[in-house]
Ligand binder design. Structure first.
Ligand SMILES: *Cc1c(COP(=O)(O)O)cnc(C)c1O
Length: 391
């Protein structure tokens, strides 16, 4: 019987011990005991399904999480990582070697940009950056020797949308692997594999945990790629997810669909309440008709997601007054959390960039990123409107 993603998020990948526990068991063990010396030797030659060696390679609780994520994403397999950045760097470094060429969108999470700009190039990988929203730039930059393309499908913090199917078509024509960082789309709205992605990565720190507790990440893709390319790199370099983290993430997945849909409904409500507000130069929400790529978002995700960006009129000073006047929404830099969070990218997540780089990405001094939580929508609207009034 085929099951929907929503059911897989609750049941997918579950293994039960002899006790028949309802909640997934937490196998808080680094190692495993073998019945005999011969059994140990055989497992080191080839570990079978559900045969484990060492937690850096795999663990039953981590395996439950990997299988559940793979089912939700429509991927053949997954490798869970210690953080979102372990997933991004692992997906890239396991695949690339000196002399390879990569094309990447320019609008990226700060640490992703660092990996592409500073680390890959240090090891002899050539990286070309493009405006991810412009398919003609991808077409020009992707060459016969391009090994991979990389982008965030919804870019942080300006919420520009990259056309997964469009970029994948161009990349595949040249034999390049398509790697998508899909955090802002969330596993709930993602159909990235069917839209042409070869590899999807998530920071599960964000919506999957969704309660601000743990760092985590995951790399998803075809089984031969995950097991033969990603796994050897990850297991020998040490970026594996801990069993305790995997257990927390499994619990997060059980409520992910409910949380993300509620957060998205509230974000939609806030976008309507804030569009055209006199204290805003711009209200950016991919699910609102005013977003320049609204039609693409509808096609690609079917919803606008859980994050808005507000360009406060009056620049940084006004943005700070707005942030300091918020009473429910927290000033922090996580996103996808149950608690609503406001971030000022210019002075925090994107402060490493030069003013010119920020301007080119549309990160203005007045820009505030608003990650919408699961609080009462009317309370949130009231808080934001009173804070705008107090600027
Ligand atoms: C947060 C984030 C990451 C990094 O994840 P960590 O879990 O913090 O390491 C990577 N990409 C995007 C788009 C993110 O939002």
């Amino acid at each position: 019987m085929t099951r929907s993603k929503r059911t897989d998020m609750v049941h997918g990948g579950t293994r039960r011990s002899q006790y028949g526990e309802v909640s997934e068991a937490l196998f808080l063990t680094q190692g495993f005991v073998y019945d005999s010396a011969e059994a140990a030797a055989a497992r080191f030659v080839e570990a079978g399904e559900d045969e484990y060696i060492y937690a850096r390679y795999g663990n039953p609780t981590v395996r439950m999480f990997e299988e559940r994520m793979a089912l939700c994403e429509g991927a053949e397999d997954a490798f869970a990582t210690a953080s979102g950045m372990a997933a991004v760097s692992g997906a890239l470094l396991s695949l690339l070697r000196a002399g390879d060429h990569v094309v990447s969108a320019r609008a990226l999470f700060g640490s992703c940009l660092y990996v592409l700009e500073e680390i890959l190039t240090r090891y002899g990988v050539e990286v070309t950056f493009v405006d991810g929203t412009d398919l003609s730039q991808w077409e020009k930059a992707i060459r016969p020797d391009t090994k991979a393309v990389f982008f965030e499908s919804l870019a942080n913090p300006t919420l520009d949308v990259v056309d997964i199917a469009g970029v994948a078509r161009l990349a595949r024509a040249q034999g390049a692997t398509v790697i998508v960082d899909n955090v802002f789309s969330t596993p709930v709205y993602s159909r990235a594999i069917e839209q042409g992605a070869d590899i999807v990565v998530y920071s599960t720190t964000k919506h999957v945990d969704g309660q601000g507790r743990m760092l985590g990440g995951v790399i998803l893709g075809r089984r031969d790629h995950v097991r033969k390319v990603v796994e050897p790199y990850m297991k020998h370099t040490g970026g594996a997810m801990s069993p305790f983290t995997a257990w927390v993430m499994l619990k997060g997945l059980e409520t992910l669909d409910l949380r993300v849909r509620a957060q998205t409904a509230t974000a939609t409500h806030l976008a309507e309440a804030l569009a055209g507000h006199s204290r805003l130069d711009r209200m950016i929400y991919p699910g609102h008709p005013s977003h320049p790529q609204h039609a693409l978002v509808e096609r690609q995700m079917g919803a606008g997601g859980t994050v808005l960006a507000l360009d406060i009129a009056g620049g940084q000073e006004a943005a700070f007054r707005f942030l300091n006047a918020l009473e429910i929404v927290l000033i922090s830099n996580n996103l996808g959390d149950a608690k609503s969070i406001a971030t000022h990218p210019t002075t925090t997540t994107h402060q490493r960039l030069t003013e010119d780089q920020r301007a080119a990405l549309g990160i203005t001094p007045g820009l505030v990123r608003l990650s919408v939580g699961i609080e009462d929508p009317a309370d949130l609207a009231g808080d934001i409107l009173q804070a705008l009034d107090r600027i």
